[in-house]
Design a protein. Structure first.
Length: 70
């Protein structure tokens, strides 16, 4: 059975999710300080990175499930 870390590596997985969290924190801080444009842009980037991570996770999960079934 193939693991997510075998395909992408632990550093790449945590890197992508880490960047999404960093942009989310930047968006929250910028919104609290009243920088609406920066907050919107950072939140958008965080959302895109999170959904990329989610799609990769689901694809690899399905791949593992299909391989295990055969």
């Amino acid at each position: 059975m193939m693991k997510l870390t075998e395909v992408l590596g632990k550093d790449e997985i945590m890197g992508l999710l880490g960047w999404a969290l960093i942009f989310l924190v930047v968006a929250i801080i910028a919104a609290a300080l009243g920088f609406g444009g920066i907050a919107t842009a950072s939140a958008g980037i965080a959302r895109v990175l999170f959904f990329i991570f989610l799609v990769v996770f689901v694809v690899l999960l399905l791949t593992n499930l299909l391989r295990a079934a055969t």
